[in-house]
Ligand binder design. Structure first.
Ligand code: NAP
Ligand code: F7E
Length: 322
């Protein structure tokens, strides 16, 4: 039975990846940071099948100890400060966790267990003010937020450890992926949760920022398979993971409201509080490398994703209303 260590297991992607690895027969170790309240909502249903161990990307010693004690075959580094607006308010913390945290994890592997295969959760936010359309593995980076800048460091330190220390290390450049488990502050979930609240009579408006920006949105459940595939190849490489389609935030609103028979124009209010100091206007990836080398293709369409998320929020909030 192979062993996988997942940092960020309490997050959206960590929960889907853990489910996926359990189905494949892995022993799954979930690294969590200490907090005063329980943050296991997304993994409650599989908690008895995974081993929770304490570690923090701020703390080098904890990572080395984990590698020495558990000697995982695969390490998926999903932990990060991942919300882009927070990165302007907390740029140093974002750099500590999202950038230097990657170096700490790689150092722990290099020092204690260099045979481990390593996956780094890189991001399309690295492309920022895009240099070409669509974006692929060779597209130059131009990050537009402290988060994007931190992810560029994480990407290059992964490439560097592969080239300098001969580690099996991959950087997955994932475009936005969503699900009913997405954090409430990200725009897709904010919209589907808002639609459900309005439909159930709990709210009468939804305040959003820039409706013109375009994203290449996929389903998180599909994207975790690509992470795993990257670590099953003969040689390590970097991959863009995306759908190849782009849509405006406005279109996502339109689809979510119309799924419950409403017109978004009657409810959405644009609020300058949600505009960003620098925006990423357009993201659309080219999934050819992942398709050709990994055989990976996304399964869930955007229309299906929107419906899945709205239905899940209606069910979730409906239970609370009753
Ligand atoms: P998420 O839901 O925000 O989860 C982030 C996880 O990181 C949580 O489990 C969090 O733990 C953990 N974490 C934060 N700081 C930590 C620290 N100092 N030490 C240990 N754990 C820490 O993020 P996600 O959407 O699942 O994304 C997973 C990864 O992919 C992130 O690195 C993100 O930047 C990257 N990414 C995401 C997308 C996307 O569209 N979702 C696209 C590209 C890349 P707590 O529960 O304790 O807060
Ligand atoms: O914003 C616009 C906003 O916060 C998407 C993270 O997982 O994906 C995510 O980063 C767009 C932006 O995601 C609101 O201005 C409008 O243009 O859902 P988001 P993100 O910033 O793209 C990447 C790939 C990651 O790596 C990140 O970790 O939507 N937008 N109105 C809004 N965004 C938010 N959050 N809230 C609004 O009210």
């Amino acid at each position: 039975m192979p062993t996988a260590l997942v940092s960020g297991i309490t997050g959206q992607d960590g929960s889907y990846l853990a489910e996926f690895l359990l189905k494949k027969g892995y022993r799954v170790l979930g690294m969590v940071r200490r907090s005063s309240t329980v943050t296991f909502g997304r993994i409650e249903h599989i908690q008895d099948q995974i081993e929770i161990i304490q570690g923090d990307l701020h703390d080098q010693g904890s990572l080395v100890s984990i590698m020495e004690e558990y000697r995982p075959d695969e390490v998926y580094n999903l932990a990060a400060q991942s919300f882009v607006p927070t990165s302007w308010n907390q740029p140093v913390l974002t750099g500590e966790v999202t950038a230097l945290g990657v170096a700490r994890m790689l150092e722990a592997i290099r020092l204690a267990h260099p045979k481990a295969r390593f996956y780094q959760a890189s991001s399309s936010e690295m492309f920022g003010k895009v240099r070409e359309v669509p974006q692929k593995e060779s597209t130059p980076f131009y990050p537009r937020s402290p988060y994007g800048v931190a992810k560029v460091y994480g990407h290059w330190i992964t490439v560097n450890y592969r080239e300098s220390h001969d580690l099996y290390a991959c950087s997955g450049i994932l475009f936005n992926h969503e699900s009913p488990r997405r954090g409430l502050e990200f725009v897709t979930r904010k919209i589907t949760h808002g639609v459900a609240r309005i439909k159930l009579g709990l709210a009468d408006e939804l305040r959003l920022g820039n409706l013109d920006s375009r994203r290449d949105w996929g389903f998180a459940g599909d994207y975790v398979e690509a992470m795993w595939l990257m670590l099953q190849q003969d040689t390590p490489d970097d991959y863009v993971v995306c759908t190849g389609e782009t849509h405006e935030v406005r279109e996502f609103c339109e689809a979510a409201f119309s799924h419950v028979g409403l017109d978004y124009r009657d409810y959405v209010v644009q609020d300058p509080r949600f505009y960003r100091p620098a925006e990423v206007d357009l993201l659309v990836g080219d999934p050819a490398h992942a398709k050709n080398k990994l055989g990976w293709v996304p399964r869930v369409s955007l229309a299906e994703l929107v419906q899945m998320m709205v239905d899940a929020d209606l069910q979730y909030l409906g239970r609370e209303v009753l």
